[in-house]
Design a binder for this molecule. Structure first.
Ligand SMILES: [Fe+2]
Ligand SMILES: [Fe+2]
Length: 416
């Protein structure tokens, strides 16, 4: 959320989103930045800028809690990128916590609760029992609230932790990804709740598909695929049969999540604008979760690889605009990604800047000789001063990295 603030009330740790001037008419090369030094505030004052907008979600310090003094994190002296292998300085100031980390405990609570509900939903469908829609609504509200506080914590959580089998986590994960994307698209809280509900229900129809088809490890035959394709319409049938008290758009999300832009989808071969937008968001999240999840018969792809595949469907299966927005929302290097920097250092992505996907906030966890840093420090790659020429060179698969990135998010207390 953007908040107007008098420049002289700015504090180190606030994220300035806009200074209300053109590019040429303010002191910084970039219009937005996280304040790490009192001198930056002075620069604005010297330029005669009396008011600015801060982004409260990206700020480490907010006006209401600003009474306690914020100790700025010392920035590393600029060094040539190849030289930073010498162990980074130990943090002298209190540890800086990323916004994702701060939201994670609450996000995990909402997720584990919703996972129980998701399992109960599937069980109710198998046993032809009544679905408790009020519970689903309550859980979805909590997911929406978490995403509203921080767009990336829940998506980071599903990347970092494997909570259960794909069968149980898939609908919930698609819900999380969809709500997060919807939030990035600026959907209203009401639309986010409808999207959250629809996605929680989107594959319930699979409970009516014979298990030898549903769980077949290999490729389905044409006949089997015809049967499998019924699941989307069956999800809508289940909601209607149970006369659940939900918005019609919840049913649309479930029914049309496999419809595709060029009419190649199912069940109604809808084309272009005829496909409800919320169903498109569900469809994109559905493909992404399926591609990135480990299954019995294949290893999940890395996020950037899955996005590359989704990008190849741009203009055929999905409207280019929606693909672009989805990529922007998920992030090329989502939190939890392990990356190698141009210096050879190994880092874990902690936070995504959705307006600058290639330069997230990372934690430097090991040097270019593979020595783990005892006190890894946060570096904003989008901040010229802080990053000192560092940039992401490549993504390292977790299996190759030899460590669990969730360690750096303090997820120890969160049950698997
Ligand atoms: Fe599906
Ligand atoms: Fe699905």
């Amino acid at each position: 959320m953007l908040k107007k603030i008098v420049t002289k009330d700015l504090l180190v740790g606030m994220f300035v989103a806009d200074v209300g001037r053109t590019w040429l008419n303010h002191p910084w090369k970039k219009k937005s930045r996280l304040l790490t030094d009192q001198a930056e505030i002075q620069e604005l004052l010297d330029f005669g800028i009396e008011e600015v907008y801060i982004d409260t979600e990206k700020s480490k310090v907010l006006p209401t809690v600003a009474k306690k003094p914020f100790v700025p994190i010392p920035t590393r002296a600029p060094v040539k990128s190849r030289q930073i292998s010498q162990a980074p300085p130990a943090a002298a100031a209190p540890e800086r916590v990323s916004a994702v980390e701060a939201e994670l405990p609450k996000a995990a609570k909402a997720y584990t609760k919703a996972l129980d509900t998701s399992k109960a939903l599937i069980a109710a469908c198998y046993m032809n029992k009544r679905i408790e829609v009020s519970e689903v609504r309550e859980n979805v509200d909590e997911l929406v609230e978490s995403v509203s506080r921080n767009q990336d914590a829940l998506t980071a959580l599903i990347k970092l932790k494997r909570f259960d089998d794909y069968t149980y986590t898939h609908c919930l994960n698609v819900s999380v990804l969809s709500i997060s994307t919807g939030k990035a698209l600026g959907l209203s809280q009401d639309d986010l709740r409808i999207l959250g509900m629809g996605t929680m229900f989107h594959d319930l129809g699979k409970t009516r598909i014979p298990s030898f088809i549903l769980n077949k490890p290999g490729k389905l035959t044409d006949e089997e695929f015809v049967v499998m394709k019924n699941h989307a319409a069956l999800s809508a049938v289940i909601i209607e049969e149970q006369k659940l008290d939900v918005d019609d758009r919840v049913i649309e999300v479930a029914k049309f999540h496999h419809e595709r832009l060029d009419g190649s989808g199912y069940p109604d071969h809808l084309e272009g604008d005829a496909i409800p937008k919320l169903a498109t968001i569900c469809g994109l999240s559905d493909v992404y979760d399926a591609l990135t999840s480990d299954r019995v018969y294949h290893k999940g792809r890395l996020p950037h690889d899955a996005l590359k595949f989704i990008y190849s469907l741009r203009g055929t299966h999905f409207e280019p605009y929606w693909v672009d927005r989805f990529v922007q929302s998920v992030g090329i290097y989502p939190p939890g990604s392990i990356v190698e920097l141009n210096s050879g250092d190994i880092a874990v992505v902690m936070e995504v800047d959705h307006s600058s996907l290639l330069t997230p906030i990372v934690k430097l966890v090991a040097d270019n000789k593979g020595r783990l840093n005892p006190k890894p420090k946060l570096v904003n790659l989008n901040d010229e001063k802080e990053s000192a020429g560092l940039s992401i060179q490549r993504v390292i698969p977790p299996s190759e990295a030899g460590f669990d990135p969730s360690y750096y998010f303090n997820l120890k207390d969160i049950a698997k």
